[in-house]
Design a protein around this ligand. Sequence first.
Ligand SMILES: [Zn+2]
Length: 261
Amino acid sequence: MKRLIFTALLVSTVLTSAFLFAQDKKGKKKEPPKKELYSGEPIKALIITGGCCHNYLFQTYALGSGVQKLANVQFEIVNVGGNGTDAQIPLYDNPDWAKGYDVIIHNECFAKTTDADYIRKITAAHKDTPAVVVHCAMHTYRDAEVDDWREFLGVTSKRHDHKSEYAVKVALPDHPVMEGFPTDWVTPSDELYIIEKLWPNAKALATSVSEKDGKEHPVIWANEYHGTRVVGTTYGHSDETFRDPVFIRLLAKSIVWAAGK
Ligand SMILES: [Zn+2]
């Protein structure tokens, strides 16, 4: 078994909103400000990021700080595996790696990692831990023969169309993730992932059309993986997408809904 050992750079940063619990002059705690989408007990979220082809430091910052303005979410971040296409990160060696988190956000890019045992350590935890999966997560483990990761994602994709500004058509406006989503959103410059298969437990929430062949592809979906909620979007290539408030709001809605809040 080919195994790459990387120096683990575990950036376990809690972007906690605790600093917002400012104290007034008498030392009494002020109530935290109400957030538009969710103000209850903090949702504990783990962002797993790293790998090829994207500006993951910026994306993680934009996602974390943007979502926290809309919803009470505490983030921890694991950014390991370098910036290549093949890595096995030590996080998953612990079978309880997802314990204690309400939701895992996969925003990583390791297309050439193929080890089935390794992939199944990840999907096993997701049988009872919800997830939000972003962009290159859909091409992570792309070269693997086993379908476990794709079944978890809810889609099979092996390639993408060129970068362009894609119109996004809402397919299921009544789904909680799509509540408030504009009907005329066009992405900043981003990649359209070609969806070969939408898995039986997945529902397309929004679609875009290929400029090459006119075919429609799911770009936002909700999946049910062994009864657990997974929300995905194939957008999120460019920094511009992560600067777009519509995209950040979509991620916030996805996190809150996947976490069951
Ligand atoms: Zn990309």
